[in-house]
Design a protein. Sequence first.
Length: 190
Amino acid sequence: MQLAFFFDQTRCTGCYTCVVACKDWHDVPAGPASWMRVATIERGKYPHPFVAFLSTHCYHCAEPACVPACPVDAISKREEDGIVVVDSDACLGKDKCQLCLDACPYGAPQFGDEDDAKMQKCDLCLDRWAEGKKPICVEGCPMRALDAGPIDEMEAKYGKIHEAKGLKYDERLHPSVIYKPKPRVSLASY
């Protein structure tokens, strides 16, 4: 089984509730490390602007680039659910390595600003799954733009679109994410 995220780009308002909920739940201190991020995508110009938001985090890829990049095997992919996890104790830290960050095209590996910070990233809320609950970002989203579950169930429920404005699907890595992308609508028809 492979767990996956679903993100509805048409519903996201860029409120950052998912970011705050994630940082709070996982006790991630204020600073540069953020397991969940929201990017703003702006295209076009007046009178036809386009603005969308994109939830970015670890996509728990089917073939994660970060796993083979780690020289000390601190990153692994769980067979039972496909979640990519990191052993912070084994990590060499930002001052000695960062090869995982270099390898990941999605910027999922995060490092705090403390000296020799260890890699940290989204773990799809392993503790919550163990209790039969969805990730805190999913539960916290006021617009219900996020969901998570087995990838086959997410595809059956939401379709098989794996790209959205601001994210290109990597055929080599197969990120475990399903999208409902925001269409670019011309205002000329109004």
